[in-house]
Ligand binder design. Structure first.
Ligand code: GDP
Length: 475
């Protein structure tokens, strides 16, 4: 049964505008409230009880996701798995609207979640909230004070000024449209952070959006990702279950699930095509190609990532050999592995073949760029297989048969063909049948005469040319 769950909040904004300071303030106020000391958190998302809005109702908790980078945020969106319910758009009161403010706003508006403008650093004398609000109108955000609908609040992550007002605003938004989930329903846990720890193995920080995450559960995204061996909450306490909106770290997985992917207790949440095709996802409303980058050294990785087309979505970029985990992550996230200056081991190659994951390795950087370029702008090359001239027309029953002679190459019954009149293409079709006399045949060679029926039907005329061709797409 659907029940209200705590709202999940994400914080976005220009670098240095105070996201971390605000989160730290909130986190500390939380710890103080629980008289905790010396807790080292491994995960940075956390839940906050709202003493400022103490109500008897449920939903006194707020979950904060520690600022996923924009790419991760876009990734989450692209997978239809909105990790957050409400966004905070941070703008420093002294600095005002900056390029990343705009980007963050675009990401938020595309995700369709409501947001609050948070003007930070309001303890500084030079902070000027009205100037910020005016600048915001220029990028299309009209705050409530200015007659618009977007709530705005001035805060300081240093002094705590305005924070309780911010929490009240979040609570109000929650009341307007309470987020809900079914704790007994199918598990949906959005990966907000993941990595391969040299000691603990694959680690994934997730936020449960639906269902209940439990010890011992087998998890899947498109493929199995392993069994939950341990769950750590944001205070580093081992827990047995995590209910909706709870951020938690999962230990014991066998592969590193990509950020933005959704883990489920059933195998079918993110069905992936079984055949290999160009992996794409939608980022910023555009189709993008998922790539896992590997290189020998950090310098190469940087050189590559600095020059990538925006349509390439890099899910991870790490140094070191391509390993099984890379292949499994590529499979689960529908990505291509692109390696630079690395040899691909035979066992990894084998696994990639089994898992139908594309692994491309390059020793020359511009060849790597050419390859990525082809992925982004696939050029279809066409090869003419054969041509035939229609010299006559017959009718057998309902069928119009083109009497042809091969003038070039070879035409086969399975070919795709184009009907051309002068310099005009009449249409594209296939052969329904090929025959010489009354005998059905599969192919005809240069010089040979034959009769052809076309399906789908095209209104051919004597003098038209039939061209058989093949296209070759992305490498
Ligand atoms: P982030 O990049 O958005 O996470 O920004 P940070 O939280 O790291 O803040 C960048 C700088 O601004 C740091 O030097 C902070 O100490 C400072 N800062 C952040 N918030 C405030 C604030 O509310 N008041 C003042 N005076 N300084 C702040």
């Amino acid at each position: 049964m659907l029940q209200n769950r705590p709202p999940i909040i994400v914080i976005l904004g220009h670098v240095d505008h105070g996201k971390t300071t605000l989160l730290d303030y909130l986190r500390k106020s939380n710890l103080a409230a629980r008289e905790a000391g010396g807790i080292t958190q491994t995960i940075r998302s956390f839940q906050l009880a709202m003493p400022a809005v103490a109500s008897a109702k449920e939903g006194k908790l707020i979950t904060f996701i520690d600022t996923p980078g924009h790419a991760a945020f876009a990734q989450m969106r692209s997978r239809g798995s909105k990790a957050a319910d409400i966004a905070l758009l941070i703008v420093a009161g002294n600095d005002g609207v900056m390029p990343q403010t705009k980007e963050a706003y675009e990401a938020i508006s595309k995700s369709g979640i409501p947001f609050i403008v948070v003007i930070t650093k309001s303890d500084l004398a030079e902070s000027d909230p009205d100037r910020v609000k005016t600048q915001l109108t220029e990028i299309g955000i009209i705050v409530e004070d200015f007659g618009g609908t977007v709530p705005a609040v001035a805060v300081s992550g240093k002094t705590g000024q305005g924070i309780s007002e911010l929490l009240e605003m979040i609570d109000l938004m929650r009341e307007l449209s309470p987020p809900q989930a079914d704790p007994d329903g199918q598990l949906e846990a959005v990966v907000v952070e993941s990595k391969l720890d040299s000691k603990k193995g694959p680690l994934a920080e997730v936020i449960v959006k639906n269902g209940t995450l439990s010890l011992g559960q087998l998890l899947f995204n498109s493929a199995p990702v392993g069994k939950v061996k341990a769950l750590l909450d944001f205070e580093n306490t081992q827990i047995k279950t995590a209910l909706p909106s709870v951020p938690v770290e999962i230990l014991g997985l066998t592969s590193v699930p990509p950020v933005g992917s959704v883990l489920s207790d059933k195998p079918v949440l993110n069905p992936q095509p079984s055949n290999v095709k160009t992996p794409t996802s939608i980022v910023n409303g555009q189709s993008s190609i998922n790539v896992i980058l590997k290189a020998d050294v950090l310098g190469s990785l940087e050189a590559i990532t600095n020059q990538l087309d925006p349509k390439i979505s890099v899910l991870s970029s790490t140094t070191g050999e391509v390993n099984d985990t890379d292949v499994l992550s590529a499979k689960s996230s529908n990505a291509i592995i692109v390696a630079f200056n690395l040899k691909i081991g035979a066992s990894v190659q084998k696994l990639a073949e089994i898992e139908k994951v594309r692994v491309k390795s390059f020793g020359i950087i511009y060849e790597l760029f050419d390859y990525l370029d082809l992925l982004v702008n696939p050029k279809e090359t066409e090869k003419i297989l054969g041509k035939a001239l229609i010299g006559a027309e017959f009718k057998i029953g309902p069928d119009r048969i083109a009497g042809c002679k091969v003038t070039e190459g070879l035409l086969q019954k399975s070919d795709t063909v184009r009907l051309v009149r002068g310099d005009k293409v009449i249409g594209q079709t296939k052969f329904k049948s090929l025959q010489t006399g009354k005998t059905l045949i599969d192919k005809v060679k240069v010089g040979q005469e034959f009769g052809a029926t076309l399906s789908p039907y095209l209104d051919f005329k004597v003098g038209d040319i039939i061209i058989a061709f093949a296209t070759y797409g992305t490498p």
